[in-house]
Design a protein around this ligand. Structure first.
Ligand code: PMP
Length: 281
């Protein structure tokens, strides 16, 4: 059955959804996106995602396409029209269509698109095997732009090598996974994750997971770490909006701990989903 997609104020069957070939998202990757998880038919982490959307837009000189409340109403309508219980909602906002020019046009009607991907997000997780790859992305990874080619390339390379994802490395330190924040748990039980800066996306899941870990009295160190440190860690995991907490069991061919998902990742994953469902709207 065809999905219902939102395009610039209209809900249309996906086959009829259209944007201009002159859209600056298509020509210049001049746009921002957000991905929000849906559990039990409700939106997770709404405040975090809409807050980051506003910030990302502002950083590239764009305004919110509509108020946060109106955007929430569109998200909810999408859940309803697509009969979605569990899955992801993508929101794409570009600067709009304009005759091709590097100079950013000032008064253009933004393009606003939402689409859903119904899929099972919860349930048992297998541990992932990751490889390291150079981080060749731009210098403002704190902005959630639609320029995802480098991330798509490293993920595809990982699959080509029979692995699940790539951890990107810059100046000897891990930045992020292809579409997730990365963590190690040291043999002493300390959680280490890269500190926020322009080098990584401030994950909404990251923020909540660190809060939960803190409430569970776990020790947290926010600093860059190396691949070698990861290989010597007791366990590792990554976080993202639609995959929550995912254990990592191998880094560049080296098994972590006993090579199975570790207890810290498992526990944080369980509590995160519990809390996320409770706080969903
Ligand atoms: N880093 C990158 C590069 C990402 O693409 C994502 C997922 N959007 C994340 C981190 C995790 O962010 P969030 O928890 O908000 O999904």
């Amino acid at each position: 059955m065809s999905r219902t997609v939102y395009v610039n104020g209209s809900y249309v069957p996906e086959e009829e959804a259209m944007v201009s070939v002159f859209d600056r998202g298509f020509l210049f990757a001049d746009g921002i996106y957000e991905v929000t998880a849906v559990l039990d038919g409700k939106i997770c982490e709404w405040d975090g995602h809409v807050g980051r959307l506003e910030r990302s837009l502002k950083e590239i000189g764009m305004e919110m396409p509509m108020s946060a409340d109106e955007l929430l109403a569109v998200h909810r309508e999408m859940v309803k029209r697509n009969n979605m219980e569990e899955g992801a909602i993508y929101l794409q906002v570009t600067r709009g269509a304009y005759d091709r020019d590097f100079l950013m046009p000032k008064q253009v009607k933004q393009t606003v698109v939402l689409f859903t991907q119904a899929k099972k997000l919860t349930g048992p997780k297998k541990g992932l095997r990751v490889i390291s790859m150079p981080d060749i992305r731009w210098g403002r990874r704190d902005i959630k732009t639609v320029q995802l080619l480098a991330a798509s390339m490293v993920k595809s390379e990982a699959y080509k090598q029979g692995k699940d994802d790539a951890w990107m490395v810059e100046d000897g330190f891990v930045t992020e996974g292809s579409s997730n924040n990365t963590y190690i748990v040291t043999k002493e039980g300390k959680i280490v994750t890269r500190n926020l800066s322009n080098s990584i996306l401030p994950g909404i899941t990251r923020k909540s997971v660190l809060r939960i870990a803190d409430e569970m009295k776990m020790e947290i160190e926010e600093r860059p770490f190396t691949i070698e440190e990861a290989q010597n860690a007791a366990e590792a995991f990554m976080t993202a909006a639609t995959s929550f907490v995912t254990p990592v069991i191998e880094v560049d061919g080296v098994a972590l701990g006993d090579g199975t998902p570790g207890p810290v990742s498992k526990r944080l994953g369980e509590v995160y989903i519990e809390e996320s469902v409770k706080a969903s709207i």
